[in-house]
Unconditional design. Structure first.
Ligand code: 13P
Length: 280
């Protein structure tokens, strides 16, 4: 917790990662950002969202300062939530942004508008956007470009469907999602990127990937990123998402290549979201 001296926290982080990696310890492992991000999806009214972020901010004091909290409310209350979070340790993200800069795109919200609210992150490529709104790699390349052009940090989501996992195609699916979008980034853009691995079969289903399954594919994702960006991939925060909750976060976060979580359902209750943050 935040009262523990810094050297002790670093040391315990060192030991937990070191144990898993044994001989391959590298100092930058413990420098990787730890992130707990809440994707509120299409939930909460503006008043409920405001209440939720206030509770998250208040309760976050009980969590190690090494944990970076992000909340991603719907567009309708992004402004209010960003205002409430100003000056706090809780950062704010959007759940999507437009593929175009501005103009005649009815119903769309541009990255520039989002950034103007003091919002720092944007979730892109969530499986629900890919599945229900037909987002392709082509669209996502444009959205990524808009995000970066406006100083937003994308949280880029990848993950396979149940039938792909069952056919043991999960590695190839995730690789394609990375190659088709992330490989187009410059080294400078890549340095800011956050990745979220979210197996579709674990989202909102109560079924979680085991810590071993998460570690296996997170390590694979890092290796795919390293093929293109080299050592820089060691610094990329890779979050796990899919029925992550207080009871399983600690075991999953203990894995060497898991740097936090992208939380859906459990992010809607401040107590649960904060308890997940304590999983580090
Ligand atoms: P759940 O935590 O509700 O399974 O959702 C995960 C998710 O999709 C976060 O983006």
């Amino acid at each position: 917790d935040s009262k523990t001296p810094l050297w002790m926290r670093l040391n315990s982080g060192f030991r937990s990662k070191f144990k898993i990696q044994n001989s391959k310890f590298k100092i930058f492992k413990i420098m990787r950002k730890k992130i707990v991000a809440g994707n509120w999806k299409m939930n909460t009214t503006p008043a409920e969202g405001l209440e939720l972020v206030k509770n998250v901010i208040a309760q976050s004091e009980a969590v190690c300062e090494c944990v970076n909290f992000i909340v991603c409310p719907p567009f309708t209350h992004l402004s209010q939530v960003a205002e409430a979070a100003k000056g706090s340790r809780v950062a704010v993200g959007a759940q999507n942004c437009a593929a175009e800069a501005k103009g005649a795109y009815t119903g769309e919200v541009s990255a520039e508008m989002i950034a103007a609210l003091g919002v720092k992150y944007v979730i892109l490529g969530h499986s629900e956007r890919r599945e229900y709104y037909g987002e392709t790699s082509e669209t996502l390349n444009k959205k990524m470009a808009q995000a970066y052009a406006n100083g937003l940090t994308p949280i880029y989501c990848v993950g396979e469907r149940l039938e792909e996992r069952e056919a043991e195609r999960h590695f190839e699916v995730v690789k394609a999602q990375l190659e088709e979008v992330v490989y187009n980034l410059t080294a400078e853009q890549f340095a800011k990127l956050v990745i979220a691995y979210e197996p579709v079969w674990a989202i909102g289903t109560g079924k979680t990937a085991t810590a071993e399954q998460a570690e296996e594919i997170h390590a694979y994702i890092r290796s795919v990123l390293a093929e293109k960006f080299g050592e820089a991939a060691e610094n990329t925060a890779i979050l796990y998402g899919g029925s992550c909750k207080p009871s399983n976060a600690e075991e999953i976060f203990a894995k060497a290549n898991v740097d936090g979580g992208l939380i859906g359902g459990a992010a809607l209750k401040a107590e649960d979201f904060i308890a997940i943050g304590k999983g580090f």
